[in-house]
Ligand binder design. Structure first.
Ligand code: 3HC
Length: 302
């Protein structure tokens, strides 16, 4: 007998194939993480160039982990579980769990979710890695709002321990619990957030720290290096505030700030970020942001 899936019958072990949409800053790391945990992964983006670049980054990261004895399998075995797909089509229609990690724009996310709803089987859970947008609004683009959930990883997903799991208004407890358990199976420490709040909890706190830092810069009260030294050597952060923005991408931070504005949360950093984005100074990925980096696109100290 073919398995009959309903939300209540879907168990963690039923998740075999995972679709990751977006192979950029976060998506490639999320795909790497799922593949390292034994899942078959479809990694989708709009061009083969982006996907090839993502595979290079995954290989680099796996080599780093291998050097430190942190891989249970060889690199090629892990990579062989990742199948790249240009666009979204029926090839992905056997995925049990999808996670979207595209740019932080609600119109584009809603388009993707509507498409996923058409393509994926009824039991599949549709997660978003959004860090600021409403899960409820994204879920409205589907006919399965009970199976739409937030699953927010942090950069780099393979190294950062925390995952926020966020419920939209209609997300079922079963979907949230399954996503929470899945994060645990990936070796992470998930936290459940029961209210659909913009920016989840981490980015609300981080946003305040970043905002305070931007105000100090704009008023000429401190420079980047001073703020970053205080963050590292007094507050105990692993990276300085502006170093972290460079690392996560100034464009990513810009879109997060812009989307939070729609919820009435104003960030004093928008102008500062916008100037950098216009000059394509996006941080580590372009080799220049608030600092310059010797090897653009690779994690390296400023
Ligand atoms: N995969 C594998 N290895 C990696 C890696 C990756 N993706 N990224 C870095 N590494 C490696 C480094 O290359 C380095 O290797 P080495 O020992 O051979 O030189 C090693 O990890 C350790 O790096 P470092 O000693 O240079 O630096 P750290 O000990 O500081 O660790 C870090 C690196 C884990 C990135 C640490 O700096 C850190 O935790 N930074 C803060 C990151 C953070 O806060 N992320 C969340 C941002 S917010 C977010 O993502 C939300 C979104 O919505 C915007």
């Amino acid at each position: 007998l073919a398995p009959v899936y309903s939300l209540y019958l879907m168990r963690l072990e039923d998740i075999k194939k995972v679709l990751v949409i977006g192979a950029g800053t976060m998506g490639h790391g999320i795909a790497e993480l799922f593949s390292m945990s034994g899942y078959q992964v479809y990694l989708s983006d709009i061009s083969q160039d982006i996907l090839d670049n993502a595979l290079n980054k995954i290989r680099w990261s796996l080599e780093k982990l291998q050097e430190k004895g942190q891989l249970k399998e060889d690199i090629n075995t892990i990579l062989s579980r990742i199948k790249t797909i240009v666009g979204l089509n029926t090839i992905v229609s056997d995925a049990d769990f999808a996670i979207e990690a595209i740019v932080e724009r609600i119109d584009l996310k809603r388009q993707i979710f509507s498409k996923l709803d058409e393509l994926l089987p009824p039991h599949a859970i549709l997660a978003t890695n959004t860090s600021s947008l409403s899960i409820t609004k994204i879920a409205e683009a589907t006919k399965r709002a009970d199976k739409v959930v937030g699953m927010h990883f942090f950069n780099p997903p393979v190294l950062m321990q925390l995952v926020e799991v966020m419920k939209g208004e209609k997300t079922s407890d079963e979907t949230a619990k399954l996503t929470y358990d899945l994060a645990k199976k990936l070796g992470k420490t998930p936290i459940m957030i029961n209210k659909d709040i913009p920016g989840y909890v981490v980015n609300r706190i981080l946003g305040e720290i970043i905002s305070a830092s931007c105000i100090l810069i704009q008023r000429n009260l401190a420079d980047y290096l001073t703020i970053d030294s205080i963050a590292r050597y007094k507050l105990g952060f692993p990276m300085g505030v502006f170093e972290l923005i460079d690392y996560t991408g100034i464009d990513v931070n810009y879109h997060v700030s812009k989307s939070l504005e729609e919820y009435g949360i104003k960030s004093p950093c928008v102008t500062l970020f916008e100037e950098k984005v216009k000059k394509n100074e996006l941080g580590v990925k372009t080799g220049k942001g608030f600092y310059t980096y010797p090897v653009p696109g690779k994690y390296n100290k400023p």
